[in-house]
Design a binder for this molecule. Structure first.
Ligand code: NDP
Length: 338
């Protein structure tokens, strides 16, 4: 069975990664793209060899597609996802799923009721580096995990310095953009859920309109693990990394908070240092492969709708903490299947 996709949003991420990821599937095809501007839809379809360009959701959802990929600005995800779910389409939605966790929960509930697959496009779970870290921890190679550190402060490329740094109404800001990914990656690698978060945010010169372009968060996990994460749009030379320190060893990954299958993971124990080998498959095609399998009833998307609720709830708690100056608790029952 071929999975026929409709793209909701003539976006950069679709052009750079997702169109290729869908086409990399032997059973994937892109039937149409929807943009709010008919001219942009037509130009985007032509540039990306997409057969149909439409300018309304009704037209897209009324066509013979099986699934939609939503990559519009964040304030539009909720309404578009609910409409697609109502039309019986499977939905792969960009992060954050919505502007509030309450809205994200509505999406999860609607997809469950309609019996369609809902996935969140948290790409980092698909990286061989993060999977190798998760497996090493699960296998006990660092003993009992104690603490984690995430270095995810980057420089936002000029072509992306639009709504992310100017439009609070579109869900701009580094927390909804990057902290959500860190929440998801910490949960995935540690196999644990955050229960409390405390954050400082800043505007270091790029973001306007009261938005933050830098954040430092402190996390407490259910098991007692504590973590720190740094997200930013304004640091050109920081590099990225992810570390987990345990009672018997440390995992030290470098250059792994990225869209590409690059970087390194070092395991350091009493036995010495070992570079872990991991597969270098591209992240987004792997995500698509798993989503197609989920449509066939084989397993789950690599990040589910519930995972998207978790990451958004954590980001929301971070924003609340930054505003109030107090640590914010996260409901530990969140995201568990009802
Ligand atoms: P873009 O800014 O490229 O696109 C977002 C929307 O902006 C498009 O849907 C489009 O609206 C509109 N737009 C695009 N070009 C123009 C233009 N020239 N003039 C006016 N409007 C324009 O967003 P991104 O691709 O950076 O992000 C989209 C979503 O994907 C966000 O939710 C983001 O969080 C997520 N994302 C996820 C990543 C991941 O790795 N998981 C990485 C990057 C982004 P229309 O469709 O109506 O034409």
């Amino acid at each position: 069975m071929t999975v026929s996709w409709g793209l909701i949003g003539a976006s950069t991420i679709a052009r750079q990664f997702m169109i290729g990821a869908i086409r990399a599937q032997p059973d994937g095809e892109i039937a149409a793209v929807m943009s709010s501007s008919p001219e942009r839809a037509t130009a985007y379809a032509r540039e990306n060899r997409i057969p149909a360009a439409v300018a309304t959701l009704d037209e897209l959802l009324g066509s013979d597609i099986d699934a939609v990929y939503i990559s519009t600005t964040n304030e539009l995800h909720l309404e578009q996802a609910l409409a697609a779910i109502e039309a019986g389409k499977h939905v792969l939605c960009e992060k954050p799923l919505a502007l509030t966790s309450a809205d994200a929960r509505k999406m999860v509930a609607a997809a469950r009721a309609a019996g369609v697959v809902l996935g969140t496009n948290h790409h980092l779970r698909n990286a061989g580096s993060h999977r190798a870290m998760r497996e090493a921890i699960a296998a006990g190679r660092i003993g009992r995990p104690i603490a984690a550190r995430v270095f995810h402060s980057v420089y936002l490329p000029e072509n992306l310095q639009g709504w992310r740094v100017t439009r609070p109404d579109a869900g701009g800001g580094v927390v909804l953009d990057i902290t959500v990914h860190d929440a998801d990656t910490l949960r995935f690698v540690l196999g644990d859920d955050p229960v409390e978060i405390s954050a400082f945010t800043q505007s270091a010169g790029m973001a306007a309109g009261g938005l933050e372009d830098g954040a430092m968060c402190l996390w407490r996990f259910r098991s007692g693990v504590i973590a720190q994460s740094h997200e930013g749009f304004t640091t050109k030379f920081a590099g990225t990394g992810f570390e987990v320190h345990g009672s018997e060893g440390s995992l030290i990954a470098r250059d792994v908070m990225t869209q590409k299958p690059v970087g390194s993971v070092l395991l350091r124990t009493a036995q010495g240092e070992e570079e872990l080998s991991f597969d270098r498959e591209d992240l987004y095609p792997r995500s698509l492969r798993q989503f197609h399998a989920a449509i066939r009833g084989e397993g789950q998307p690599s990040a589910t709708g519930e995972d998207g609720v978790w990451s958004l709830t954590a980001a929301e708690a971070a924003l609340q903490s930054a505003k109030s100056g107090k640590a914010v608790a996260i409901d530990p029952k969140l995201g568990r299947a009802a």
